[in-house]
Each structure stands twice: as C-alpha cells, then as structure tokens.
Design a protein around this ligand. Structure first.
Ligand SMILES: O=P(O)(O)OC[C@H]1O[C@@H](O)[C@H](O)[C@@H](O)[C@@H]1O
Length: 572
C-alpha cells in the first residue's frame, strides 16, 4: 500500500492546512517554553551537539503524527535490518553496512560473517601506511620523503575525503597575537590543529584541465597517487589515473610505481591489471556504498592529512551518532526528527528543495558532499515494489557557507515565492581569531542567529512602515516602497550547534545526515542505496566518444545531438 493511503498521511495532510499555515512567530509568543519542547541535545566525550527545530511550522500534534508515520513505514524494523547486515539494497543484492566500518566493538555480521576482523586488518594497514608516509620513513624512488598526496577518484571516492580534509584543514595557525601589536588577548580558546605537513590534492573531473592543473605543481619524486575507486572501472578515474601514471613515468622508472601509487578498491583484479601491487591496495567491500565510503579505506587521504588517530576520532563520532539513532526513542531521536521535518515540508507543504547552510568556512564543501549523499540516494520515483511513487521523494539539496550565501541567494529565501526549509549549522568556538578578541566569530554567529530569527519573524507592514516613517520618508514615497520592504517571514529553519568542529563532532554531523537520508528513503518506500539513474548517461557517453573526431560528421542521433557533435568536430 502506498504511504499516501495511510490514516497517518491523511491526518498530516489535514494538519498541513492548519498548523502548516500557522505563524511560528505567534507560536513563540503563545508558548515561552517552545524551545524546550523542540530541541534535542547530545553530550558525547565532552562535545555538545544541539539540534533546535523550534523555528518550524509544527506543534506537538504534528510531531506525534510524523512519528506515527515513521512507525507505519516500519522505520524501526528497517533500521534493525540495516544494522543487522541484511541485504536491504535489494536491487544490487547487497547489505548497507557502512555502520560496521565505524563500529567500536568486535562484532558486526552480514551474510553470517563477522566483518570486524577484516575491517580492523585494513585499518591496521592504513595506520601503518599513514605512519610511514607522515614520518617520512616511506621514501620515493629517489629516496626523498613524500610531500604531496593526490587522491584520484570521483563521486563517493572524491567528495567525502575532499569535504572532510577541508573541514579538518586546521593546521598550525597564524599567530595573530604576534601580528597585532595591541592585541587585547584571546577570547576564542586556541583549538588543537588537525592538519599535518602533507599537501592533499584531489583530481576528479575527466576534464584534462583538472589533472593537468593539479600535477603541474607537483614533483614526481615526492608525490603519492591514491587511486580511489570502488569498482576500479569508472571512466573518469581510470582515465585520470592513466594520465597520472604517464606523468609519473615521464620521470621515473616502471619499477617505482609501487612506491608512488596505491589503490583503494573492492576490485583486486582490476587494481593488479592497472599495475598497482595488491600489497599497496587497501580493500573495502561491496556492502559499502560509494557515497557512504569515507569511513572505509576511501578515507585514506583523510587519515594521511590529519593522522590516523584523528581519522579514528571521526569514525568514533559517527559511531556515537549511530548508537543514538539506533537506541534513542523517537521523541528524542535527532536523525529521525531531521528526516520527519523534511517529509513534512516536501510532502505536505510543497517544498522542493532543502538548503544546507554551514556558518563555518571549514565546512564549505558540506552541501556539495550531501548533494551526492542525499540526491543520489533519494532521487528516485520507483518504489520498492516497482510502482511509481505518487508523491515527492528526495528534495533538491543545495547551499553554501554563511555569511557568503547571505550576499548571494538569501534574498530568495527571505522574499522569494518558494518555501525553502534550511539547516543552519555553526560551532560555538572558532579555530581562528584574527583580531584577538573573537570579533570575527561573534560577527559570524550574530549573522547565523539573525538569519534564522529574521526568516521566522519577517517584518510586518506596520513594522516596515514605522521604520520608513522614522527615517522621515515622505508618505507618497512610503506608499510606493512599502510592499517591497515587507517580509512575510514564517520561513522554517533548523539550527545545529556544535561546541566546536573537530573530528568527533564532524563524524557525528555526517552520520546524522546519513541516517536522515535513510529514514526518508524508508518513508518514501524507495531503495536509497542503488544509483541506476546515473547509468544511462554513462552508456550514451561511451557510444558518442568515438564520434567526436576532428572533421567527421554524424547522423546517428536526434538533430540536436547530431548538430552539436558536428559543430564541435568542425572546430576541434
Ligand atoms: O568508486 P567508483 O566505483 O569509481 O565510483 C564512483 C562513483 O561513480 C558514480 O557513477 C556513482 O554514481 C557514484 O555513486 C560513485 O561514487
């Protein structure tokens, strides 16, 4: 039965006409304890995680009905299946078991096999390798230490490591106190650096510009290439890897490949065929989805960048969110609540997109990472039974860091015609304090807080009018300008506050969003763990590639595609 035919869905549809249209501003005025009712907190290993969802068009009734919807959709049973290693990715006949990769105990089984010994063995290999590279005991073909790491991969074999290495990019910081002679002392506590001396680079796009621009700055003698590909067949990655090999062999002998190329993959045969010694391969398994793979050997570039211990802290943070998701009751379950709010806006209030707005420059690739995480998982119209869904599924995920976004697209969130629920993410402490008195971080947080308040409150006609009158604007002018100065408000936001950004809290944050995606996929009755939708374009690209030849013409396609190919061929 379609979820839309349930009594819970019908009740929510009714509530959407009342509570869904009601004023959040008035709800706050009517209930001074609203925040207490609609926030959830975690404290793990000295790290605080606050999820405030009080600035939403909800009341207790709506939340209770949403939780009932999760119940009829069997979220709990499916959650147990995922953590139990069952093959819930039925179109690929695979378990969805990335949670095992960050498990802190000794047993997680799928298909009757405890996978923890294999996971620990790969982690031990990663640890040893990281220590050799970071300490410099691993040397290149001319005896020099490795200075630069290049991760060659795409999609899940790129975006996770890229996002996390950027997020944990805090190296030894500029000592602003030395630069600012009249410093008035540090207000922001100095946080521990994560990043070490190694340069980390990423090559993903098949555009030859990407590989060229990255490699031109590097030296073969001191560079390590990590070829990251679950399948080791991805066209972009293999093309880039071959080009990197060509670049390397222009200066080094074939026998040096073992010191400068390693592979992260599930496919031993293809790795060997590429010319990488399988001793230098870090394995993972088919039950790790590409977009959930940063917890596996795919995270090697992260472990190299911040050290193995920090990498394990990232996994530990994710594991703590796993336990919370698995065990916390629905009434205090953060990922479940994030998911239900998304369903509320997508399915009952017509929202088409969801903005992710981290007020933290280190998280500048966070939204890009979850574009794959969410949209490749839940961008599907076919239900598990093969029927077409008669409701909206995955939203469009987008976003940029604040405050930059405020000066770019927030206009549309404030006064546009669309409803855009948004997650605002920030940290209480900053890693950087250029003025010595915490000014930058106070301004950042003031903007973070002001935006969610402004989106919720809006500005009424009388408020806008009073402002204009105070500025002594002539009445005639006020009349003309007034409608443009009104903000309807009532725009929903979640606020997520971390005490600080560190490997542990980052792990928690990523895992929370992963589980949000899981819950939504269950409610929408789709398989969040396959990605057949990316195949058709790949197939056609393979057919078209030989037709792109200087001077040749084609009539094999529709008139547009033919004309485009012929236009290119005439100008190459
Ligand atoms: O790691 P691989 O096998 O090279 O795959 C990379 C990416 O390939 C894409 O085609 C898939 O849509 C992604 O999910 C995947 O992450």
């Amino acid at each position: 039965m379609s979820i839309t035919k349930t009594a819970e869905w019908a009740k929510l549809a009714e509530l959407a006409k009342t509570v869904g249209q009601s004023s959040i501003r008035e709800a706050f005025q009517a209930d001074p304890s609203r925040f207490d009712k609609f926030n959830m907190k975690l404290n793990e290993e000295g790290n605080d995680f606050l999820f405030d969802f009080s600035k939403n068009r909800i009341d207790e009734n709506v939340m209770a009905e949403l939780r009932n919807l999760a119940k009829v959709a069997n979220v709990d049973a499916m959650k147990k299946k995922m953590f139990g290693g069952e093959k819930i990715n039925f179109t690929e006949d695979r378990a969805v078991f990335h949670v095992a990769l960050r498990h802190q105990g000794d047993e997680m089984s799928t298909g009757g096999k405890n996978v923890m010994p294999d996971i620990r063995a790969v982690q031990a290999h990663m640890k040893e390798f990281c220590s050799e590279i970071i300490s410099g005991s691993w040397t290149g073909f001319t005896g020099k230490k490795i200075e630069n790491i290049v991760n060659i991969g795409i999609g899940g074999s790129d975006l996770g490591p890229l996002m996390v290495t950027e997020a944990l990019n805090r190296a030894a910081q500029l000592d602003w106190n030395q630069l600012v002679s009249n410093s008035i002392g540090l207000d922001c506590p100095a946080l521990k650096p994560f990043k070490n001396h190694l340069g980390i680079h990423f090559i993903s796009n098949v555009d030859g510009t990407h590989v060229s621009e990255v490699l031109k700055k590097l030296d073969q003698e001191t560079t390590l290439c990590i070829i990251a590909s679950k399948t080791f067949t991805t066209q972009e990655t293999i093309t880039n890897a071959n080009s990197a090999k060509r670049w390397f062999l222009s200066k080094a002998p074939e026998s040096a490949i073992a010191k400068h190329f390693v592979a992260l993959s599930t496919n031993k045969e293809k790795v060997a065929a590429f010319g990488i010694d399988t001793k230098n391969m870090f394995e993972f398994w088919d039950w790790v989805g590409g977009r959930y793979s940063l917890w596996s050997a795919i995270g090697l570039s992260i472990a190299l960048s911040v050290g193995f211990d920090n990498y394990m802290q990232l996994l530990k943070g994710a594991a703590s969110m796993d336990q919370h998701f698995l065990n916390a009751p629905a009434e205090s379950n953060i990922p479940l609540t994030m998911a239900l709010l998304g369903v509320w806006y997508s399915n009952f209030l017509g929202a088409e997109s969801h903005a992710m707005l981290p007020y933290d420059q280190y998280l500048h690739r966070f939204a890009a990472y979850f574009q794959q995480g969410d949209m490749e998982s839940n961008g599907k119209y076919v239900r598990r039974n093969g029927d077409e869904a008669d409701y909206q599924t995955g939203p469009i995920i987008w976003g940029e860091p604040g405050t930059n976004g405020q000066h770019a697209f927030y206009q549309l969130i404030h006064q546009g015609t669309r409803l855009i629920p948004a997650d605002f993410i920030a940290t209480c402490k900053s890693h950087n304090n250029p003025t010595g008195d915490g000014l930058h971080h106070r301004l950042l947080l003031a903007n973070f807080l002001a935006q969610t308040e402004a989106l919720m409150l809006g500005k009424s006609s009388s408020e806008a009018k009073a402002e204009l009158e105070k500025a002594n604007m002539p009445a005639e002018q006020i009349q003309k300008i007034l409608p443009h100065k009104i903000f309807k408000g009532n725009r929903p936001t979640n606020s997520i506050l971390l005490s600080e950004l560190n490997p542990f809290t980052l792990g928690q944050l990523i895992a929370a969003y992963e589980h949000k995606i899981f819950v939504q996929g269950i409610i929408w009755d789709i398989n969040s763990y396959d990605q057949w939708g990316v195949e058709l374009g790949k197939q056609l690209a393979k057919q078209i590639e030989p037709e792109i030849q200087k001077g040749s013409t084609t009539t094999a396609h529709d008139s547009s595609t033919n004309a485009l190919i012929n236009f290119i061929n005439a100008r190459m």
